[in-house]
Design a protein around this ligand. Structure first.
Ligand code: ADP
Length: 516
């Protein structure tokens, strides 16, 4: 689809009608940087034509009605802080974007069943503040940066680092406004008087929730999210590995500890560059313009607390259970040559103020401290994109993706910074492609390097779990079983639910009929 011209006739007429419907204060046509892609390279790039800030479900319906009347596409974001993947910017430049930042109420917290019902503008910081202000004893799950929305993160399959860190898997019940303005509630919300629609995720029939994640089939206006009771003991741990040679062995040892729940949260494994970037800038270690050499990586790895690879993880629960699991983990991980384990331990019922950002995030306390990682090449204007694929927790897979990402990044002069997020049976290897947005050449190389990794990874059978706007089409094309059956199916549904093609055209490579 061609870019949309914000001065075009239909856009201008629709803008007038939407302004009349939701109020001029809630329509932004200037200074839209905070709603765009924060790490865009210079020149033409994805950007909103105007930002619409609905305050209610009725406002959302009015916007959709007008968009349908005039055929003017709208893109959805909740907070629009999905920074490494394009922020709040639309796939088709110049179109309207709906930002749900004003719809930011925590509607309900169910202390007994450990659930909350939230609106899309609720940030992790907001939910946390709400829980603490209302005296709740429940803990929540947060990603590394707390400024994003609970709903946007879950819909994008984002993760946190507590036992409920698979955020989409830990939602229950959604309210969705469909492209034609109709309102659907999923699961038990399908009844007009559900006793409690936040505890049982299904209804009696097909389950629709997955259709609204990473898609362009609806605007989610409410969602149930899981919380969990404060544990008696909270024990964040570290594993450090001083060599590359046993990286594969380490993953083999880790897999059974994940599958049987000995480690119940979502650990994160980072390499030396990523670990160093959390604490300071590259120039502390190396000034050369070439990729950081092996001997410097060894110097970083030899720093106390660092390693060639470092895993952060945590244990939660009753004291004897934590003690048992801790001993089991220590036995398993210290048997790996060059491996060391350490733990801290806190009273989960009277948690002190935590200063270490890693300890905060695994206790579900939001923070922005790890934003530091984007400043690796110096200054406040660092950017990052993620090349992020899913695979088994296995030595041969970890080694294959490490070598692939490292070689392709190093070929383009970029350092290999990796963060591997571990789930029950899978891990997501994120090559955190960091760059200085003031450096045009480096910024372009970063986007090019990320794109260049897609195909070789797909040849090994690794698919992206999430994608930046700039390569949604490429990623979708690589899901190519049976002549791209997934995309063909997605298009059939798109044409049926959104015949005018107004909602987020191009999201995840799903284009409406009039753009294909
Ligand atoms: P965050 O709020 O965590 O910053 P975003 O608002 O950037 O996340 O959302 C990430 C992506 O998820 C958006 O680009 C959009 O495709 C999708 N999304 C976010 N919120 C909604 C919503 N309420 N309904 C439907 N899709 C959404």
């Amino acid at each position: 689809m061609e870019d949309m011209n914000p001065n075009g006739d239909s856009f201008a007429v629709a803008l007038e009608a939407i302004t009349a419907a939701i109020g001029a204060d809630n329509v932004l046509t200037q200074d839209l940087a905070d709603h765009g892609d924060p790490f865009a390279p210079p020149g033409e790039w994805y950007r909103p034509g105007a930002v619409l800030l609905p305050g209610s479900v009725e406002d959302v319906q009015a916007i959709l009605r007008i968009a349908n009347e005039h055929g003017t596409p709208i893109w959805t974001s909740s907070q629009g802080r999905n920074k490494g993947y394009g922020g709040g910017a639309p796939r088709v430049s110049g179109t309207f974007t709906v930002s749900l930042r004003r719809m930011n109420k925590v509607i309900e917290v169910d202390e007994e069943n450990c659930m909350a019902l939230v609106e899309p503008g609720v940030r992790f910081f907001d939910l946390y503040d709400h829980l603490r202000k209302t005296g709740s004893r429940l803990w929540m799950s947060v990603p590394d940066l707390g400024a994003g929305s609970v709903i946007g993160n879950a819909l994008e399959h984002g993760v946190g680092y507590t036992p409920i860190g698979d955020h989409f898997a830990n939602h229950c019940g959604m309210e969705v406004v469909l492209p034609d303005g109709d309102i659907l509630r999923t699961g038990m919300g399908g009844m007009s008087n559900p006793h409690n629609w936040l505890i049982y995720p299904y209804s009696c029939g097909p389950s629709w929730d997955g259709m609204f994640s990473q898609s362009n089939y609806g605007i989610v206006t409410k969602m149930g999210v899981s919380l969990f009771p404060a544990p008696e003991v909270y024990a964040p741990g570290w594993f450090t590995l001083d060599n590359e040679e046993h990286f594969g062995t380490f993953l083999e040892v880790l897999r059974p500890l994940m599958i049987d729940g000995t480690i119940s949260n979502q650990p994160m494994i980072i390499n030396a560059v990523c670990a160093a970037s959390a604490f300071g800038e590259r120039k502390q270690w190396y000034e050369g313009a070439d990729p950081i050499p092996e001997e410097v990586l060894d110097r970083i790895a030899a720093t106390p607390g660092f390693g060639r690879w470092v895993m952060r993880f945590a244990l939660y629960g009753d004291e004897p259970v934590v003690a048992h699991n801790r001993a089991k983990i220590e036995r398993a991980l210290t048997a790996i040559p060059g491996g060391a384990v350490s733990f801290d331990q806190y009273d989960g019922w009277n948690l002190p103020e935590l200063t270490n950002p890693h300890h905060r995030v695994q206790a579900g306390v939001p923070s922005m401290a790890l934003d530091q990682m984007t400043r690796w090449y110096g200054g406040e204007e660092g950017g990052h994109i993620g090349f992020s694929c899913a695979m088994p927790i296995a030595g041969k897979d970890g080694v294959a993706i490490r070598d692939l990402a490292r070689n392709l990044l190093n070929e383009r002069g970029l350092d290999y910074s990796a963060a591997i997020i571990v789930g029950r049976r899978s891990m997501i290897h994120v090559a955190l492609v960091v760059f200085d947005t003031k450096d045009d050449q480096q910024t372009r190389e970063a986007y090019a390097a990320t794109k260049a990794m897609l195909e070789p990874a797909a040849k090994l059978g690794y698919g992206e779990y999430r994608s930046h706007l700039d390569f949604m089409d490429e990623v979708a094309a690589l899901y190519d079983f049976n002549d791209n059956a997934q995309r063909r199916f997605a298009e059939k549904i798109k044409d049926c639910l959104d015949p005018n093609g107004i909602l987020s055209p191009g999201k995840q490579g799903i284009w409406p009929a009039n753009c294909r």
